[in-house]
Design a binder for this molecule. Structure first.
Ligand code: SF4
Length: 495
C-alpha cells in the first residue's frame, strides 16, 4: 500500500518524515509525496490551499528514528539539501528521498557519482536553483517610497517572481549588497524585509502591493539605453538571459522595442565611424596637396587609434624642394610637446651627425613614418616612455608619407631605423650590420634610398663600441646622399 505524506513545504517537515520512513524501512515506491505549495495549482490558490485533503501530515515522533545510525547522511547530501529543497515542484521530495534511502541502505558514496541517474536529478535541480538565483540578483528592481518608520524615512520595495522558492535563501545576498538601505522584496511566495538589523519574512504578496514607478527609474532607463549595444543584439540570447516573465518589473525593458527599432540606424552610424578609425589615414589625406596644406590637415586625422591618446600629430619639416628626405619612426616626448620632428635628445645626435657629414639640416625635409606619439602611460607631468608603433600603425599612417614624398619628390631618402625602413621596403626588412657600408637602392619614393640607424637607437645602445659603429654608419650614410652638394652642403661658416 502506498502512503501519502503531505508536507507543509518546509525542509524540516521533509527531514522529519524522511527520517521516520527510512527508519521504518519504507522504500521510495511506497510513498507518495504531496506538497500543496509546490503543486501546479498552488499559485493563486490561496483559498483552501491547505484544504481537507491538503492538510499537512502530522509530524512523526523523531526519537525512534534519530537513534538509527543508518540516518547519519554524508555531508555532501546534507549540504545540498537547503538549496535543492527550494525547487518548485513536489517531485523534489521524492528525488531527495530516493537518494537518502539508497545512502541509508549502504551506498555511502552515492553523492560522489555524477553519472548516477538519481544523483543527476538532484544536480539538475541544484543547477536550476543556481540559475534562478543569478537571475534574481540581476533583475530585482527597487522603487523608493516614503516610509517614516524606515531609516532615512525611505524604503525600497521590489516585486519579483522567482521560478523557485528562493527568497529566504537569497535574502542574505541582498542584505550584503544593500546593507544601508531599508528594503523589502515581495514575491508571490514569501516577502523579505531588511531594516538594518535583521531580515524578516512574511507571507507572499501580489504584484500591486509594490509601487510600479519612481523617480530613479528615468535615470536607470537612461543608463540602460546608453549601454545598449546594437552590434550585439541577439533577440534569442536576450530573452534567454532576461526572460519575458521579468519584463513587467524591469523598467528598462519598456524601451527595448524602441531601441531595437533603432538598431539599423545605429549600426550604420557605427560602421561609418569605425571606417574612419579602422581603415587608414587615407580618407583624411588631401593627396596632391602641397606640404603647407598637408601640415594644416594632419591634426584632423583619425586613421588609427593613436589620435585618441592625447597627443598631437607632428608634421614633417623642411623645404618642399629638398633633394633629401630623412625618415624617422615617430615623434618622441619632446617632439610631441614642441610639435617638431627630431628636436629632442635623438635630434641632437642627428644634428651632430649632419654636421660631421657637412650637411645643412635646413636643406632637408625631415619627417616620421607615424605622425602621432605612441607611448606608455605616464603620471601627469612625467616624461612619457616611447612605445614602438606596430606595423599596423605604420601602414595606416602611410598615406601621409605617400602624400609628403609625392610633394617633395626627393632624389635621396634616408630611413633612420627599422620602422622607417619597413615603411619603405616592407615588414620583413632587416637592419644592416653597423660595420656594413651604406647601400643605396631604388624605392618607390626615391632613386637613392638608404637605411641607417635611428639616433635614438644609438643613444640606447649599451655597448660603446656598437654605439660608435652605429654613429659612424649614420654619418657615412648621410654623407652618401651628397650627390648634389649644392642642396645639402653645410654653409661655410662666416669669416
Ligand atoms: Fe593618423 Fe597617423 Fe596619427 Fe594614426 S598616427 S591618427 S594614421 S596621423
Amino acid at each position: 500500500m502506498t502512503r501519502t505524506v503531505v508536507l507543509d513545504g518546509t525542509l524540516d517537515a521533509f527531514r522529519a518524515h524522511a527520517r521516520a520512513l527510512i527508519g521504518e524501512g519504507v522504500p521510495p515506491e511506497g510513498i507518495r509525496w504531496r506538497d500543496p505549495l509546490r503543486s501546479p495549482r498552488a499559485e493563486g490558490a490561496e483559498p483552501g490551499l491547505f484544504g481537507a485533503t491538503d492538510a499537512p501530515s502530522p509530524l512523526p515522533d523523531r526519537t525512534a528514528a534519530v537513534r538509527s545510525p543508518a540516518l547519519e547522511l554524508p555531508r555532501a547530501y546534507v549540504d545540498a539539501l537547503p538549496t535543492i529543497s527550494c525547487y518548485r515542484d513536489e517531485s523534489v521530495w521524492r528525488a531527495l528521498y530516493v537518494v537518502a534511502w539508497r545512502i541509508a541502505r549502504g551506498d555511502r558514496g552515492l553523492m560522489a557519482d555524477p553519472l548516477d541517474a538519481d544523483v543527476a536529478v538532484l544536480q539538475r535541480m541544484r543547477k536550476a536553483i543556481g540559475r534562478d538565483a543569478h537571475k534574481m540578483h540581476a533583475f530585482v528592481r527597487f522603487r523608493r517610497i516614503e516610509d517614516p518608520g524606515a531609516r532615512g524615512g525611505e524604503r525600497f520595495i521590489a516585486w519579483y517572481r522567482p521560478s523557485h522558492l528562493i527568497v529566504e535563501r537569497e535574502a542574505s545576498f541582498f542584505r550584503g549588497r544593500f546593507p544601508s538601505m531599508d528594503w523589502s522584496i515581495l514575491t508571490p511566495d514569501r516577502c523579505a524585509h531588511w531594516d538594518g538589523r535583521e531580515v524578516r519574512f512574511t507571507e507572499g504578496a501580489p504584484r500591486d502591493a509594490a509601487p510600479d514607478h519612481d523617480e530613479l527609474e528615468e535615470l536607470w532607463c537612461t543608463y540602460y539605453a546608453s549601454i545598449f549595444n546594437p552590434a550585439r543584439v541577439k533577440i534569442s540570447a536576450m530573452v534567454a538571459e532576461m526572460p519575458r516573465k521579468f519584463w513587467d518589473t524591469l523598467p528598462e525593458t519598456k524601451q527595448i522595442p524602441e531601441l531595437l527599432a533603432d538598431v539599423p540606424r545605429r549600426l550604420e552610424e557605427m560602421a561609418r565611424n569605425s571606417r574612419a578609425v579602422a581603415d587608414s589615414a587615407a580618407p583624411f589625406v588631401p593627396f596632391g596637396a602641397p606640404l603647407d596644406e598637408l601640415r594644416e590637415t594632419l591634426p584632423g586625422c583619425e586613421g588609427c587609434e593613436l589620435h585618441r591618446n592625447g597627443t598631437r600629430a607632428v608634421a614633417g619639416e623642411g623645404p618642399q624642394d629638398a633633394s633629401t628626405v630623412l625618415l624617422g619612426e615617430q615623434p618622441g616626448d619632446t617632439e610631441e610637446r614642441a610639435g617638431r620632428p627630431f628636436i629632442g635628445p635623438a635630434g641632437e645626435v642627428l644634428d651632430a651627425a649632419l654636421e660631421v657629414a657637412g650637411i645643412r639640416r635646413e636643406a632637408l625635409y625631415v619627417t616620421n613614418a607615424v605622425k602621432h606619439f605612441r607611448h606608455e602611460p605616464a603620471p601627469r607631468g612625467k616624461r612619457r616612455l616611447h612605445k614602438r608603433p606596430t606595423i599596423e600603425h605604420v601602414t595606416r599612417c602611410q598615406p601621409w608619407l605617400d602624400a609628403e614624398l609625392a610633394a617633395v619628390a626627393p632624389r635621396a631618402l634616408v630611413c633612420l631605423g627599422a620602422t622607417a625602413a619597413r615603411a619603405v621596403f616592407g615588414p620583413t626588412f632587416r637592419m644592416p650590420d653597423p660595420g656594413a657600408a651604406p647601400e643605396a637602392r631604388t624605392s618607390r619614393y626615391a632613386d637613392a634610398t638608404l637605411v641607417t640607424f635611428h639616433p635614438a637607437a644609438i643613444l640606447r645602445a649599451e655597448d660603446p663600441a656598437r654605439a660608435a659603429a652605429m654613429r659612424a654608419h649614420l654619418e657615412q650614410t648621410l654623407r652618401a646622399t651628397l650627390a648634389d652638394p649644392a642642396a645639402t652642403t653645410a654653409r661655410p661658416s662666416p669669416g
